[in-house]
Design a protein around this ligand. Structure first.
Ligand code: PEP
Ligand code: MN
Length: 373
């Protein structure tokens, strides 16, 4: 059972004290406290765990600090919606709101290679009014002899450049918990010019020790990629690992499934599940068209297949797009063949805006339809 308390209530408030005293004396039930930082409010949630079947919901609703009571299922205890369509989604980070209504574009380098390319990328982002990016410093590679990323050595200049060009948030993959400490140190040394979302790649979706380590801190939000060969439910449970340790600032990313049936795409595009993840959980949903489609192939209508896939995800209500760009894809050290070029950023954004406008119009049309019914 989940209790949502009145927003911004203080722990020394008499209503809070009275409510807690009542809850603590219910036998066979333990309490777990969870806080959610919203844009305007601090939300307190209390989970009643154990033998909650005998509890009368009306008694709990009548407690002075309680705003709402929700019966929850075992699945996705914290991140799940539990059929409550009004449940608050997402979180606030570095002045930006990441929720199931917003849309953020994280265009950037799959792998950081040199300061010149990072700077050219950031100049283009700024010129196009973008303040988020992706920058891979730690690269998980199939081949042990392939470029593994510059790791912590590149962080000082990547963060300096982010500050110079007004980048607020960087999505950066970490493959070991020590990488989080290195990022934390480098951000401090640079004077905290930007924020970082800890990206957990598809190969690490079920690396539970990594998930627990990232879940134990709440300074940095997490972006969890769907596992490429496990069920959606298994990947959503992996996300719940982060929340169960205390960090519910989690974005879920669809990036395609490994399957021969997806060929000639690199992975089988799974963006039809954007609304499904939003229905089952309250995580904002990201799409990664680059690692799904994996090429720059152009359809007969003149549109890149990668951009068609992006539009499909946005049209289905995606909240974030993680996409590879590179100033000189032929020189990129990782995933050059799927990178868009800087002079394609403008058309990419125009295309996305068309899809986003169409998505909002679709939602409105359905609202009007339901109001009439
Ligand atoms: C990436 O985003 O750079 C990446 C390696 O993606 P994935 O984990 O989805 O393969
Ligand atoms: Mn890549």
């Amino acid at each position: 059972m989940l209790l949502i308390l009145h927003p911004d209530i203080q722990e020394n408030d008499p209503a809070y004290v009275k409510t807690l005293a009542h809850l603590k004396q219910i036998s066979g039930v333990s309490l777990k406290h969870h806080q959610v930082n919203g844009q305007e409010q601090l939300l307190h949630e209390i989970y009643l765990l154990g033998n909650t079947h005998a509890i009368n919901i009306e008694d709990i609703e009548a407690l002075p600090a309680v705003e709402k009571v929700i019966r929850i299922s075992e699945e996705y205890r914290i991140l799940g919606r539990h059929k409550d369509l009004q449940r608050k989604t997402g979180f606030h980070y570095k002045g930006l709101n990441f929720d199931q209504d917003s849309l953020h574009i994280f265009a950037g380098l799959c792998a950081v290679d040199n300061p010149k390319h990072v700077e050219e990328m950031m100049v283009a982002l700024k010129a196009n009014g973008l303040n988020c990016t992706r920058m891979g410093a730690y690269k998980p590679r199939t081949n042990p002899y392939a470029f593994q990323g510059h790791g912590k050595d590149c962080l000082p200049w990547v963060f300096d450049l982010a500050g110079k060009y007004g980048i607020k948030v960087i999505a950066m993959e970490v493959t070991h918990e020590s990488h989080m400490a290195e990022i934390d140190q480098a951000l401090r040394d640079a004077g905290n010019p930007c924020g970082v979302i800890m990206q957990i790649g598809t190969r690490n979706t079920q690396n539970f020790e990594l998930l627990k380590a990232i879940g134990k801190q709440s300074e940095y939000p997490a972006l969890l990629k769907r596992g490429f060969g496990i069920t959606l439910s298994e990947s959503l449970n992996a996300a719940e690992y982060l929340a169960s340790e205390g960090n519910s600032q989690v974005i879920f990313c669809l990036r395609g499934m490994k399957s021969e049936f997806g060929a000639p795409h690199r992975n089988m595009v799974d963006f039809a599940q954007v609304p499904t993840v939003k229905r089952l959980t309250r995580m904002p949903v990201c799409i990664d068209p680059s690692h799904s489609v994996g090429s720059r192939d152009v359809a007969p209508d003149g549109v890149l297949e990668l951009c068609h896939a992006t539009a499909q995800g946005v049209l289905a209500g995606a909240n974030m797009v993680l996409v590879d760009f590179h100033p000189a894809p032929q020189k990129a050290l990782v995933d050059g063949p799927q990178a868009l070029t800087l002079n394609e950023l403008d058309i990419f954004l125009k295309d996305m805006e068309i899809a986003r406008t169409a998505y909002l119009a679709r939602v409105n049309a359905w609202k009007n339809h339901s109001a009439k019914a």
